[in-house]
Write a protein that binds this ligand. Sequence first.
Ligand SMILES: N[C@@H](CCC(=O)N[C@@H](CS)C(=O)NCC(=O)O)C(=O)O
Length: 123
Amino acid sequence: MKILINLIRNLLGAIIATIDLVTRGSKVKRTPEKQQAVNMAAKDLTLYQFFACPFCIKTRRAIYKLNLPIETRSASEGSPHRKALLEGGGRVKVPCLRIEQDGKVEWMYESSDIIRYLEKRFA
Ligand SMILES: N[C@@H](CCC(=O)N[C@@H](CS)C(=O)NCC(=O)O)C(=O)O
């Protein structure tokens, strides 16, 4: 039964991810200088995620629209990043944004909080 539920969940997630890819629209446009600064700042951000998780898709969509080259790491079972998320953030829940700033590391959970943070910082 659990296998069937996971299968349906992954299938739905894959459909949502595909719809997201074809309906994303345009990205924020910046001057080359401003984009360069944003690109540098984005190096300190990493998104831990599952490909087919609807909350991750929502977060990736916001990242795309804000034109942020944020590295994504899969936290799915068997991935080496899963352990890093558990040890660093305290739990395997996605999406989770790893923020490295001023020598400190923060692990931000909750898609709405992540999007709010990114919009405040980069919009
Ligand atoms: N309210 C959270 C929901 C996130 C969520 O439920 N993520 C699922 C994957 S779709 C997850 O990580 N589940 C594992 C768990 O909660 O332990 C958000 O908006 O980010």
